[in-house]
Ligand binder design. Structure first.
Ligand code: PMP
Length: 313
């Protein structure tokens, strides 16, 4: 009898500065880690399997690569590859790794070519790494979370712009997570400098009140989330739900009918309490539930609209 093959611990290749490099050969000297995180920027993208077609689709690849390009430009990096070329590189990597399952994709740009200082602003051509790993979706699993409002304030545009995906921004996220998790919550909500709701440490926040979906604007101290704009469009076009982008008070979360987080990682995650105020009846709400079903079908391409959002591997 054949012995079942264990799944490999990692994919065969990473994409690194223009080449497909075997996993074990993609190494740097440990001292190169020094200040890499200070100006590094990154992306988080997902590819979802379509079991009927036995293939996988990358969700909103070009939008993610556009944002990656914007993150680099904001940090005054001058990448050797444009967004389109990097999208092609993602697809080449996924093909080389034979990806057919749900897969997370992590592009990462860093100033890593020498320099012994965090003042490496003159070093403008970033090194770029793209690596992938399988993930397990929480869509349609019934997963819910509790949240607490953090005492930390969200970073702001004139401090460390949350609009782009800079690694250093996640210090603020870490502080909030560490605090609320020690206080017994699953995740945090962070208020901005005006004491309005900004976002969660790694996801955007939406609430439902009297049938409307409400979310803070992109000027509230949030990442310009691709899932956020995806869901706003789908609520209006597919579910006939009115949406509002406007400032949100903390107490609106306490009195909301439904609350959920959204993001590439978070997907659509129902929130059942905020600061121990139960949201609605403490169960997944009907509008959240319909969006979870729809989002699930759209990302996998299961007889779903928005073809241009999916790139077949
Ligand atoms: N806000 C933060 C701070 C995040 O890290 C993420 C995850 N990328 C999001 C929002 C959601 O963004 P997106 O939908 O583009 O993944």
């Amino acid at each position: 009898m054949a012995t079942p093959q264990a799944a490999p611990a990692h994919p065969k290749y990473v994409w690194w500065n223009g080449e497909l490099v075997e996993w074990d050969h993609a190494t740097v000297h440990v001292t190169a880690m020094e200040w890499v995180g200070v100006s590094a920027v990154f992306e988080g993208i997902k590819a979802y399997a379509n079991p009927e077609e036995e293939k996988a689709y990358v969700f909103r690849l070009s939008e993610h690569m556009q944002r990656f390009d914007e993150s680099m430009r904001l940090m005054r990096m001058e990448p050797e590859w444009n967004a389109e070329q990097l999208s092609e590189s993602v697809l080449a990597l996924l093909r080389a790794n034979g990806v057919r399952e749900d897969t997370y994709i992590r592009p990462f740009a860093y100033r890593g070519r020498g320099g012994r200082s965090f003042r490496s602003a003159s070093e403008n051509a970033p090194s770029i790494l793209i690596n992938t790993h399988p993930f397990t979706t929480t869509l349609k699993t019934g997963k819910t979370i509790t949240t607490g409002v953090s005492s930390w304030t969200r970073i702001s545009d004139n401090v460390m712009p949350p609009r782009v995906k800079a690694v250093a921004n996640y210090q603020n996220s870490q502080l909030a997570w560490q605090e609320v998790m020690r206080n017994g919550y699953d995740d945090a909500i962070i208020l901005n400098e005006r004491h309005k709701v900004a976002e969660a440490p790694g996801a955007c926040v939406m609430l439902v009140k009297r049938g409307r979906v409400i979310t803070p604007p992109v000027t509230a101290g949030v990442l310009e989330s691709i899932t956020r704009s995806t869901l706003l469009q789908m609520f209006e076009e597919q579910l006939g739900t009115r949406t509002e982008e406007r400032e949100v008070d903390r107490t609106e979360l306490y009195l909301a009918d439904e609350v959920f987080l959204c993001g590439t990682g978070a997907e659509v995650t129902p929130v059942v309490s905020v600061d121990r105020y139960p949201v609605g009846n403490g169960q997944i709400g009907p509008i959240t539930s319909r969006m979870i079903d729809l989002y699930h079908d759209v990302v996998r391409g299961l007889d779903a609209p928005y073809d241009p959002w999916r790139t077949a591997i």
